[in-house]
Design a protein around this ligand. Structure first.
Ligand SMILES: NC(=O)c1ccc[n+]([C@@H]2O[C@H](COP(=O)([O-])OP(=O)(O)OC[C@H]3O[C@@H](n4cnc5c(N)ncnc54)[C@H](O)[C@@H]3O)[C@@H](O)[C@H]2O)c1
Length: 265
């Protein structure tokens, strides 16, 4: 019960990694506000957590709206008395070449992934300051660290989120609030299933030393750590959960004349 007595808000927790994180936080003793643009999905996750003995409620928010960012932070205070942990998880993506990316796609992705995270974090931190305690976790991406084909808009939004995290962590360090990133590599969620065709999956398998996609549970484990007491001295850090993708250089069998191993299935 590493989050016992804590109150958390997680954006985009109606499905995918956000949902799995919310369930993990609840199992560790936190009260969780499930928030999503899809209210039905958020309600269903919250109801299930409560059925299993956890504490949760659901709200509909669009992270791009300032009033919804306030609504989410206020929901935590109204329902559970305070706000300790906020996770900026809601995100959208497309895979389009730089020259084929319309302005509308770029603007929408920046609005949700960057402006939305900015607004929700501002609202959350304003409620944390009086308690001199807080944890903000931003879900960035390996696409914000490497120049992958098709990631011009999405990767740019996540790279900016990493920089925002550094500035926030420095400005808030003396207020008892830590701010960190998790950068997932390729994670097997519905978003990945919708966006990644066979060529994309093969390319990932080839580049990831562990030769597999990560699971939402593996990202949730990292989030529990960053949200816990154990991470109290971790500030402005990006924790990659990527099977070694960012670290890898040449991968081959030394002395072998054979080509590198084929992608795992
Ligand atoms: N799946 C991956 O491989 C991967 C890798 C790296 C980073 N990420 C990031 O992890 C996060 C979660 O990804 P996922 O794969 O679970 O995605 P997902 O699409 O399964 O879930 C995202 C959730 O966010 C919600 N959402 C979308 N726009 C919203 C808005 N404007 N306001 C509120 N909620 C909104 C959606 O309704 C959905 O429930 C995203 O930020 C994504 O960019 C994913």
């Amino acid at each position: 019960m590493r989050l016992s007595g804590r109150v958390a808000t997680i954006t985009g927790s109606g499905r995918g990694m956000g949902e799995v994180m919310a369930r993990a936080f609840a199992r560790e003793g936190a009260s969780v506000v499930i928030s999503d643009i899809n209210l039905e999905a958020a309600q269903s996750v919250a109801e299930d957590i409560v059925r299993q003995g956890g504490k949760a409620c659901a709200v509909r928010i669009d992270v791009t709206k300032s009033e919804d960012a306030d609504l989410l932070a206020d929901a935590a205070v109204k329902q559970f008395g305070k706000l300790d942990i906020h996770v900026n998880n809601a995100g959208i993506s497309t895979t389009k070449l730089f020259l084929d990316t319309p302005r509308e796609d770029l603007e929408r992705i920046l609005q949700v992934n960057l402006v939305g995270a900015f607004l929700c974090a501002q609202a959350a931190v304003r409620r944390m300051l009086p308690n001199k305690y807080g944890r903000v976790i931003n879900i960035a991406s390996l696409s914000g660290q490497r120049g992958g084909v098709g990631r011009a808009a999405y990767g740019t939004s996540k790279a900016a989120l990493e920089l925002l995290t550094k500035v926030m962590s420095v400005e808030l360090a003396s207020s008892g609030i830590t701010v960190n990133n998790i950068a997932p590599g390729a994670i097997a969620t519905k978003m990945a299933a919708e966006q990644h065709d066979k060529a994309t999956r093969d390319a990932y398998h080839y580049l990831i030393p562990q030769r597999r996609y990560g699971t939402p549970e593996e990202v949730a484990d990292a989030a529990v750590f960053l949200a816990s007491e154990e991470a109290r001295h971790v500030c402005g850090h990006t924790l990659n959960v990527d099977g070694g993708y960012q670290t890898a250089g040449l991968m081959f069998t030394l002395g072998s004349s054979e080509a590198p191993p084929p992608p795992a299935v």
